[in-house]
Write a protein that binds this ligand. Structure first.
Ligand SMILES: Nc1ncnc2c1ncn2[C@@H]1O[C@H](COP(=O)(O)OP(=O)(O)OP(=O)(O)O)[C@@H](O)[C@H]1O
Length: 301
């Protein structure tokens, strides 16, 4: 299958700062890709270049075999950027009507209101009276107005409450099922792990990892022996077990990171440490991310 997005040795320099440094990758139809990396890694700059909002200093970007600014491309893509700026004087319903009017085959008004999750009353509100989270939900509807094939979301869930986040990602999964291609950035690594089929890891303007979340975790993380623990257990007791590199607690379970889970289990039983509901898991994407940063951007995948 032909890629629909292709970046070839793309560099972006702002004055003296190289924000993106000779990156190349392709994205195929129907992929759901998370672009991850620490602050200042070059994620937004890359996304803005794919959207035609910034020109690369060097290299080439093509979407649908055309330049990002091509009118054909503009009709095929939708974007929700970090700053959602809408015309404040307009009501929500007027904003939606306005953005529909920009496209030849827009989604229906009702479908777009569904993306916001707004009630009829909320649709009467002026855009400048919306909360931060509501503005993002309106931004989602704006991104969908032209029924795009490719969607770009730059940190889409910042400012959304837990329920709105779930609704947002469930909608994204449905869009993927419907054949859309989705590219998003996020600092919530669990979201990337849950949603993305592919993760592209950025560090200091370079791509340092590219693969499925499982690939990346398998290559970079240690395994964890996990269990529900008796309150009498002390971290010291666990830390003294052989091959343990770290211990943390999450959702009432203890995670003992190790490269040798069998040996850790043997030692737990030998020392009669009171553990229940034992499991062995791969480390989190967050752990992989930390490993990459510790390697100071050396390419690992
Ligand atoms: N318009 C600009 N002028 C000068 N430098 C810029 C400009 N935009 C971005 N940069 C610099 O380029 C680098 C990459 O920025 P970018 O916004 O792409 O990072 P990011 O990975 O999206 O970060 P974050 O996670 O904080 O959003 C940073 O060092 C940033 O300061």
């Amino acid at each position: 299958m032909e890629p629909i997005i292709e970046l070839n040795k793309v560099t972006k320099v702002f004055k003296n700062k190289t924000a993106v440094n000779e990156i190349s990758f392709s994205i195929h139809k129907g992929e759901i890709v998370a672009i991850l990396g620490p602050n200042g890694a070059g994620k937004t700059t890359t996304m803005n270049m794919m959207l035609g909002l910034l020109e690369p200093s060097e290299g080439n970007i093509q979407l649908f075999k055309k330049q990002p600014k091509d009118k054909f491309v503009k009709e095929k893509i939708g974007a929700m950027l970090q700053e959602v700026s809408v015309i404040d004087a307009l009501k929500v319903k007027e904003v939606i009507h306005l953005f529909r009017s920009y496209y030849r085959n827009p989604l229906s008004f009702e479908e777009l209101v569904n993306f916001t999750g707004f009630s009829q009353n909320e649709c009467q509100k002026r855009a400048n009276k919306l909360s931060g989270g509501q503005k993002r939900r309106l931004g989602f509807a704006i991104a969908m107005a032209g029924d795009p094939d490719v969607l770009f979301f730059d940190e889409p869930t910042v400012g959304l409450d837990v329920t709105s986040r779930k609704v947002f990602w469930n909608t994204v999964k449905d869009l993927k099922q419907g054949g859309k291609t989705i590219i998003f950035t996020t600092h919530y690594l669990q979201e990337a792990d849950d949603i993305a089929e592919r993760v592209i890891l950025f560090h200091e303007g370079k791509i340092v990892g590219d693969g499925t979340p499982l690939d990346i975790k398998s290559k970079l993380t240690k395994q964890a022996v996990t269990f529900s623990a008796d309150s009498t257990i002390h971290y010291d007791q666990l830390a003294s077990l052989p091959f343990v590199t770290d211990i943390y607690e999450k959702d009432g379970r203890l995670y003992v990171l190790t490269e040798q889970p069998d040996d850790v289990l043997k030692a737990i039983f030998a020392k009669e440490i009171p553990v229940r509901n034992i499991g062995v898991e791969r480390g989190r994407l967050e752990d992989a991310f930390e490993q990459v940063m510790e390697k100071k951007g050396g390419c690992i995948i």
